[in-house]
Design a protein around this ligand. Structure first.
Ligand SMILES: Cc1cc2nc3c(=O)[nH]c(=O)nc-3n(C[C@H](O)[C@H](O)[C@H](O)COP(=O)(O)OP(=O)(O)OC[C@H]3O[C@@H](n4cnc5c(N)ncnc54)[C@H](O)[C@@H]3O)c2cc1C
Length: 549
């Protein structure tokens, strides 16, 4: 194919992704200098369309960025009033009292929010400061400078044929160049992956770990709704099959967020995370809450779980990784939004200093130091052993030892365990199907539980069908030749949107990719045991259209 000619636009800072990290960076840059030229590119059809979080927001990030957020009308309306932690058995539950929990686990002072709406509000604040935000613009490629530095991105390429050649309405997009490029794509970003590999940023760090989080919004009977109540559960239905658990957050307007996270280092390829979520809702504690209500939205997204020891180096020439592109979730708290905001602020401050000193295209080492030695590093370091303990020793032991470890870290800045390693990555953790029994999942009843495709229609996801499939196979034969006999092709189950199927054609199994269903969770890129699936960005505006997730 002939070289594509593109127009280029010059900025001080180019920001990929309008999540809490990217928007915070943009806002901080303009707070520091109103004359800086800043652009934010977002692949969702609007800001917030692809944002999926729990979300109980620790406001520390927002306090640091926009201290008068209350006066400015930020949508943080529901303060946490009640915090419950339940251990579920199949029919019953035990409430774990709050007092043995280290203070960092306390949710009082936090807010139950729609992060989609928080991002929409942040985008308004950013635009008032003069920041250009372009939704519907997917950044599909990095642009490198003469010295090997990242100097920009390609965004807004539309209208390719399925084979990748330019179609009749092809638009080549633009190059957006910056003195610095911030990658704030969230978990498992495709450009972040390229940057990490190209500059070997994960060298000397532990592997990154992930979970898949699925979430529904329910409107429930007002008599059962308790605004400000936060409940987390562990135990049933996952038991010892996988790490993970649920969250149930009562926001306003009789709505409840019901979500379920499955750690992706599970061994049994027959495990079906989506069906675990569905059967969880039949537990008496959950069923009695949801009965009489209706599910109004569904979505899914991977979540980073590697924490402190897995964060790659954050900077390379011309580029910085922000928020969950580097993995800044505090796993036991299930919180990363505050760190995403703080990282955006820190990256902006480092870039501002560098630009004032007439630097460009180099490493923002001050940003790296701020993250590791400042509030983010402190937040993540205290809990660094909880996830590896859970993976190695199971739920009960990790609750006891993880609790002890968080206390000693909290009180004395000390751990008896040093820093534990995560071991294998999540793809390698998958064992052969023959070593495990298939799991028999009850059929969804259509009232509390739903089949996957029905639920996906509540993600309002959409992809232009005539473009190339954005889920690329390294080797087209691997799913049937390797994954099916060895792992019972787990893509059929780990994908929470039913993208992957094995069907029979002329008596032979065939692997089908329904990329139109994709909700951009990135689980396939993480969990495929052969590491044969690469998630690339489809054209801008495609993907889910979440309401107030
Ligand atoms: C199920 C679940 C529950 C969670 N619960 C909580 C919670 O209760 N509290 C909490 O604090 N945290 C929670 N988290 C974690 C939190 O959501 C993340 O830490 C946070 O979203 C990270 O922010 P970010 O800005 O780095 O990325 P994101 O919020 O993921 O934003 C990234 C943005 O970049 C866009 N983008 C990505 N790639 C491109 C591209 N190539 N071109 C253009 N745009 C692109 C995306 O569309 C998206 O809008 C939860 C996560 C999950 C999955």
């Amino acid at each position: 194919m002939a070289e594509i000619e593109r127009e280029a636009m010059e900025y001080d800072v180019v920001i990929v992704g309008a999540g809490p990290a990217g928007l915070s960076a943009a806002i901080r840059l303009k707070q520091l200098d109103a004359d800086l030229e800043v652009v934010v590119l977002e692949k969702g059809s609007e800001v917030g369309a692809h944002i999926l979080s729990g979300a109980v927001l620790d406001p520390s990030g927002l306090n640091a960025l926009i201290p008068d957020w209350k006066e400015k009308g930020a949508p943080l309306n529901v303060e946490v009033k009640e915090d419950n932690f339940l251990m579920l058995g199949e029919a019953g539950h035990v409430r774990i009292p709050n007092f043995p929990m280290p203070p960092l686990m306390n949710n009082h002072g936090n807010y139950i929010v729609s992060m989609g709406n928080v991002c929409r509000w942040m985008a308004e604040q950013a635009e008032e400061l003069g920041i250009e935000i372009f939704p519907g613009m997917a950044c599909s490629e990095l642009v490198y400078g003469e010295n090997g530095e990242v100097k920009g991105v390609v965004a807004g390429e539309f209208g390719k044929n399925p084979d990748g050649t330019p179609g009749p309405s092809y638009e080549p997009g633009m190059e957006l160049h910056g003195k610095y490029v911030f990658i704030s794509e969230g978990v498992r970003g495709s450009l972040a992956k390229e940057v990490i590999n190209k500059y070997d940023l994960a060298a000397g760090k532990d592997v990154q770990k992930y979970g898949v989080g699925m979430k529904e919004i329910w409107e429930i009977d007002p008599a059962k709704h308790k605004e400000g109540t936060v409940t987390h559960t562990m135990g049933w239905p996952l038991g010892s099959n996988a790490g993970g658990g649920s969250f149930i957050y009562h926001l306003d307007n009789n709505q409840v967020y019901v979500g379920f996270v499955v750690h992706l280092n599970y061994k049994n390829p027959h495990l079906f995370p989506y069906m675990e979520f569905q059967r969880f809702k039949h537990h008496p504690v959950v069923a009695q809450l949801l009965e009489g209500g209706k599910r109004v939205a569904y979505g899914a997204r991977a979540i980073t779980e590697g924490g402190y020891q897995s964060m790659p180096k954050l900077v390379a020439p011309g580029v910085a990784l922000l928020g969950c592109s580097a993995g800044m979730v505090n796993v036991p708290r299930i919180k990363g939004n505050h760190n995403a905001m703080l990282s955006g602020k820190a990256a902006a401050e480092a870039a501002y200093d560098a630009i004032k000193a007439e630097r460009s295209g180099d490493e923002l080492t001050a940003y790296e130091a701020d993250v590791r030695d400042g509030a983010i590093g402190k937040d993540l370091k205290m809990v660094r052993n909880v996830k590896p303990m859970w993976s190695k020793w199971g739920l009960t032991a990790s609750l006891a030892f993880g609790g002890l470890d968080m206390w000693t870290n909290n009180l004395f800045g000390f751990s008896f365990f040093g820093t534990l390693s995560h071991g294998k990555n999540d793809a390698e953790a998958t064992e052969e199907a023959s070593k495990h029994k298939p799991i028999d999942y009850p059929k969804p009843d259509g009232v509390l539980s739903f089949d996957r495709l029905t639920n996906v229609s509540f993600a309002m996801t959409n992809h232009e069908e005539s473009q190339p499939c954005h889920l690329q196979l390294g080797n087209a034969d691997t799913p049937i030749a390797v994954n099916l006999p060895k792992f019972a092709e787990p893509a059929q189950r780990y994908c929470p949107a039913g993208v992957y199927e094995v069907v029979e054609k002329d008596g032979q199994p065939e692997f089908v990719i329904n990329f139109q269903n994709c909700v951009h969770c990135k689980t396939c890129d993480i969990k495929d045991p052969s590491q044969n699936i690469t998630w690339t960005t489809p054209q801008g505006g495609d993907g889910p259209n979440y309401p107030n997730m």
